[in-house]
Design a binder for this molecule. Structure first.
Ligand SMILES: Cc1cc2nc3c(=O)[nH]c(=O)nc-3n(C[C@H](O)[C@H](O)[C@H](O)COP(=O)(O)OP(=O)(O)OC[C@H]3O[C@@H](n4cnc5c(N)ncnc54)[C@H](O)[C@@H]3O)c2cc1C
Length: 389
């Protein structure tokens, strides 16, 4: 580790949460050392994938909608800093089949954020989105701001940039014990000490500390990479991000862009599984996703499956899907990005934790901010004054 002017920090985990925190700490002048149990980046990490959705509309988790302008800005800053832009702008279209309670809070937050959105007449769907199943569709909403982030490239470029600045990486270094008051971690049988320790261990968190075991739980999830039938290839090549909303089903689909494949997943959490266990997608793993996909897309059985993949989120035991970010003991922080939205917010949350370690904000403020529970007035501009009659 390089000589530290502001102190030394050990980060456990080289997913987006750990690397973003390392990035934000190094910028503030801390000497940072990252421990990762596998290769860096690690293909078993939740963060490791071809693409991830980013968007302003947030449904009932409305607090996060108001963080999104800052989340986009933080990615812009990170991309400038690492000299690469791994974001493809795209509209995000929501196909609503049943009332999930998504529309009203999304419309309210998008309006407050001045972020464009509108209904698409259902009669326009067959021409604009010929692959979408119109049976059962009750509403389609187009939102203007969002798109796709390219995680494997982001993680890789971050590692290169941080390594160039003196951040120390330990690959194949599984941390087996942490003393949060001594600032001590044990990896591969050796003790390492620092002023602070940040635990960003994703779905492995429960193996290092029971502190959040009542709050978050690992969740085994299946996704499929697919190739469309030729008659829909053009429609998919031009498609924005598509999200299908039902009460018990629902899918999210990322179109093939910049060398990625078409990917479909569902948004129903299993809240089960062990991140160290097998990653073989069984028929049982993909059954729900396949039936949800048939409701979303015409002729889904004619799509070719290129890969069925198992990955892990952590997700809250309750339905809030909030991030659990909090101090642990006197020297440690726990950063648990949650569920299907941890990637888009990674740099903002990493910056928040680094800010708390640097004394720029209180621990309590950082915890509330990461949970989407900050004071709205601080984050949303007041509505523009109406012109006088
Ligand atoms: C299928 C899927 C789709 C998703 N879609 C989206 C999306 O569209 N948009 C979005 O914003 N988010 C999405 N997410 C969520 C997002 O990817 C995650 O919330 C985020 O990547 C979590 O990052 P993390 O750094 O907390 O965890 P991880 O990426 O899992 O990183 C944790 C790292 O810690 C390492 N580690 C664990 N324990 C130890 C230890 N003891 N010692 C050393 N190293 C250790 C692990 O090996 C791993 O590399 C999706 C997630 C999945 C799985």
């Amino acid at each position: 580790m390089m000589a530290a002017s502001r102190g030394r920090v050990i980060v456990v985990g080289a997913g987006i949460a750990g690397l973003s925190t390392a990035w934000a700490l190094e910028k503030r002048g801390f000497a940072v050392e990252v421990f990762e149990q596998g290769p860096i980046p690690n293909p078993r990490a939740s963060s490791y994938d071809e693409h991830r959705i980013t968007r302003h509309a947030y449904g009932t988790a409305e607090g996060y909608a108001y963080l999104m302008p800052q989340a986009f800005a933080m990615y812009d800053a990170m991309f400038r800093d690492i000299g690469a832009d791994h974001f493809a702008r795209s509209k995000v279209i929501y196909f609503i089949r049943e009332d999930t309670g998504w529309y009203e809070p999304s419309a309210r937050s998008l309006s407050r954020l001045n972020s464009g959105f509108r209904d698409i007449p259902l009669s326009d769907i067959p021409e604009r989105f010929p692959m979408v199943e119109t049976a059962g569709l009750t509403r389609a909403v187009e939102t203007d701001e969002g798109g796709m982030l390219f995680p494997i490239r982001i993680l890789t470029d971050l590692v290169v940039a941080l390594g160039n600045r003196g951040v120390t990486f330990h690959s194949d270094a599984r941390v087996t014990a942490v003393d949060p008051d001594a600032g001590l971690v044990v990896a591969n049988g050796r003790e390492h000490r620092a002023d602070r320790v940040v635990i960003a261990a994703g779905a492995w968190l429960e193996k290092l500390t029971p502190v959040l075991s009542r709050t978050v739980v690992p969740s085994r999830q299946a996704v499929m990479y697919i190739a469309p039938p030729p008659e829909f290839a053009k429609a998919w090549a031009d498609a924005p991000v598509l999200i299908d909303l039902g009460v018990n089903s629902g899918t999210y689909t990322l179109p093939p862009r910049r060398g990625t494949r078409l990917k479909i997943g569902d948004h129903v959490f299993t809240r089960a599984g062990d991140a160290d266990g097998d990653r073989i997608a069984t028929p049982a793993d993909v059954a729900r996703l396949e039936s949800a996909a048939r409701l979303s897309y015409r002729g889904f059985d004619r799509y070719q499956v290129l890969e069925k993949k198992i990955c892990f989120y952590t997700v809250t035991r309750d339905t809030s899907e909030r991030f659990a970010v909090q101090p642990w003991g006197t020297r440690a922080w726990i950063v648990s990005a949650c569920s299907g939205h941890g990637f888009k917010l990674g740099p903002l949350i990493g910056d928040t934790v680094a800010g708390a370690i640097a004394g720029e904000r209180s621990p309590d403020e950082a915890t509330r901010f990461a949970a989407g529970q900050m004071d709205l007035e601080e984050h949303v501009a007041p509505p523009a004054p109406q012109p006088a009659e």
